[in-house]
Design a protein. Structure first.
Length: 240
């Protein structure tokens, strides 16, 4: 797939990585970019008439259906929108459920709505922004990591189910990105521009997976190792 001349839709496009995706798509020659958000009035189109603000709320099925109807010419879907409540797995159950509703079921709803659109337009590509936390967990990321892990499985399932209609599904894994979501993270932040550029390169290369930083590459390698190789705390567990 080529970005030049494509018609893209980016969820969560009003700020952070989503806004950066819009900018990079325009720079790469996209013919149109639907900048989707719960608050489309906040979309900055930079005076470029290729940017089309669109209302889309992952928690509102009617808005998802409406967006798919309005954006019937999409050839590239970027599932970027998501939340992180920083809730441990034994923390507030309501917050964990909110993460699953948004990150898993909301993203799946968008993918289900736009899969037929992509199929009618020749297949195209579906991108899902995951995380290195799709593969491991930290003490304060239990809810988010569990949701992203589930979304990784959803992404793999979509890849297989959409193969027949020639839609390539790209999973993007990255560490903490220098956006509002990681505002409390002081180090090793990835520039959102790097994530967006590497992702679009992956789309054009028909890649199945994009690992945007060394953390994601290292964790990916550890998936084949014993669990204690991933979690050092397990190497020194108390003995009775």
């Amino acid at each position: 797939m080529h970005i030049t001349g494509s018609v893209a839709l980016v969820t969560g496009a009003n700020r952070g990585l989503g806004r950066t995706f819009v900018d990079e798509l325009l720079a790469a020659g996209a013919a149109k970019v639907y900048a989707a958000s719960r608050r489309p009035e906040e979309i900055d189109d930079h005076g470029d008439d290729r940017v089309v603000p669109l209302h889309l709320d992952l928690s509102d099925p009617a808005s998802v259906t409406s967006a798919a109807t309005q954006a019937g010419d999409v050839t590239l879907l970027v599932n970027n929108a998501g939340i992180n409540t920083f809730t441990p797995i034994l923390g507030d159950e309501a917050e964990i459920r909110r993460e699953f509703e948004t990150n898993v079921f909301g993203t799946l709803a968008v993918s289900r709505a736009f899969a037929p659109v992509l199929g009618r337009n020749g297949g195209g590509s579906l991108v899902t922004v995951l995380s290195s936390l799709s593969w491991f967990v930290t003490p304060d990321s239990g809810g988010y990591a569990a949701a992203k892990s589930a979304l990784w499985s959803v992404t793999n399932a979509l890849r297989l189910e959409l193969l027949a209609q020639h839609t390539n599904v790209v999973a993007v894994h990255c560490g903490a990105i220098a956006t509002d979501m990681a505002s409390d993270t002081a180090r090793n932040l990835i520039a959102p521009e790097d994530v967006a550029k590497l992702t679009l390169e992956g789309v054009e290369a028909d890649a199945y997976e994009v690992l945007t930083d060394e953390l994601s590459r290292r964790v990916r390698r550890l998936l084949g190792e014993p669990v204690e190789a991933m979690y050092r705390a397990l190497q020194n567990r108390p003995t009775s």
